[in-house]
Design a protein around this ligand. Structure first.
Ligand code: NAP
Length: 281
C-alpha cells in the first residue's frame, strides 16, 4: 500500500483496449481471437466499459477470459466503466453488477466513472464505497477528468469517507493529444493518481504518420510501436492500445521493450509540440 492507500498495481505498462469490439457479428470470432492472443503474449490489463457496443465488448472480453482459466484470475487487471447517466449511488452498483455478469468475473480490479455527468460526485463515490466493501471492485477511479473536476472529486472522496482512494484517471494521451502535460500529469503524479493513456495510437492515425513511419523503418520497428514507446517514456504512464487484429496485438506488445533516443524524442517534439504552459502542480 502506498501513502494514499492505493493497493492496486497494474500488471505491466500496456493493456488492451476494447472500444469498437462487439459492434458486428461478422467480427466476433476475430475479436475474441485478438483478446485471446493478447492473453497468450502476456497482456494482463484489459480495458472495457458498459458503453462499448452496449455491453457486447465486455462479453467478448469474458469469452476470451474463460479459456484462460480461473486460476489465472488474480494475475489479471480488468477495468470497466460506469456511464455518467447511470452513476447515481444505486445505479453505479447495478451497472457494476451487470458488467461483472457480462464479463463473467467475480469482481473488477478497477472501476471508473467514464466521464463527469450530472449525478453529484458524492453519489457515485457512495456507490464505489459499497462496491469496495462488498468486494465487487478492488479499486476505483475516473476518466476524462481535468484538474478542477479531480480536485472537487477528491474533496468529496474525503467527505464521504470512502473505503479506498482514487487510483487512476484514464485520459486521452498520445503524441497528437499532449494537453495533459500542461498540468494534469504532474498534478496527478503528486497525488499518486495513476495516468492511464487511452487512444495512444491516436485512434490509428499515428500508425500512418510519415515521421513515425520513418523513425520506425530506421529501427526495424513499426510506427505503432514508436507511438506506444513514446507514451511509455513517462515512467508511470500505462497505455491501452486497442486492436482487433491478433498480429497487431502482438506487435503492440513488443513496444514495451523499445526505448526512444533523445534525438528521436526531439524530432517527435518538433512534429508534435508539447503544450506551451506547463503549470506547476
Ligand atoms: N475513457 C474513455 O473515454 C476512452 C475513450 C477512448 C478509448 N478508450 C479506451 O482506450 C482504448 C484505446 O483507444 P482507441 O481504441 O480509441 O484508439 P487507439 O488504441 O489509439 O487506436 C486503435 C486503432 O488503431 C488500430 N491499430 C491498433 N494497432 C495497430 C497497429 N499495430 N498498426 C496499425 N493500426 C493499429 C486499430 O485497428 P484494428 O483494431 O483494426 O487493429 C484501431 O483502429 C479503447 O479501445 C478503450 O478501451 C477510453
Amino acid at each position: 500500500m502506498n501513502a494514499s492507500g492505493n493497493t492496486l498495481r497494474f500488471p505491466g505498462r500496456l493493456g488492451l483496449g476494447t472500444w469498437k469490439m462487439g459492434e458486428s457479428r461478422s467480427a466476433h470470432a476475430r475479436e475474441v481471437a485478438a483478446v485471446t492472443r493478447a492473453l497468450e503474449v502476456g497482456y494482463r490489463l484489459f480495458d472495457t466499459a458498459e458503453m462499448y457496443a452496449d455491453g457486447a465488448a465486455e462479453r467478448i472480453l469474458g469469452e476470451a477470459l474463460r479459456s484462460f482459466g480461473a486460476a489465472q484470475r488474480p494475475r489479471l487487471c480488468i477495468v470497466s466503466k460506469v456511464l455518467p447517466e447511470n452513476a447515481s449511488r444505486t445505479g453505479t452498483v447495478r451497472a457494476c453488477e451487470a458488467s461483472i455478469e457480462r464479463i463473467g468475473c467475480d469482481y473488477l480490479d478497477l472501476y471508473l466513472l467514464h466521464w463527469r455527468g450530472s449525478h453529484p460526485f458524492a453519489e457515485t463515490l457512495r456507490g464505489f464505497d459499497e462496491l469496495l466493501r462488498r468486494g465487487l471492485i478492488r479499486a476505483f477511479g475516473v476518466s476524462n477528468f481535468d484538474v478542477d473536476d479531480l480536485a472537487g472529486w477528491l474533496e468529496d472522496e474525503k467527505r464521504v469517507g470512502v473505503a479506498g482512494s482514487t487510483h487512476c484517471n484514464q485520459l486521452d494521451y498520445s503524441l497528437d493529444t499532449r494537453q495533459i502535460e500542461a498540468q494534469l500529469l504532474a498534478w496527478q503524479r503528486a497525488r499518486d493518481i495513476q495516468t492511464m493513456a487511452y487512444s495512444p495510437l491516436g485512434r490509428g492515425a499515428l500508425t500512418r504518420h510519415p515521421l513515425l513511419l520513418q523513425l520506425a523503418r530506421a529501427r526495424g520497428a513499426s510506427a505503432a510501436q514508436i507511438a506506444l514507446a513514446w507514451c511509455l517514456r513517462e515512467p508511470d504512464v500505462v497505455a491501452i492500445p486497442k486492436s482487433a487484429d491478433p498480429k497487431r496485438v502482438e506487435e503492440n506488445w513488443q513496444a514495451d521493450g523499445l526505448r526512444l533516443s533523445s534525438d528521436e524524442l526531439e524530432q517527435l517534439d518538433r512534429a508534435f509540440p508539447p503544450p506551451r504552459s506547463r503549470r506547476r502542480s
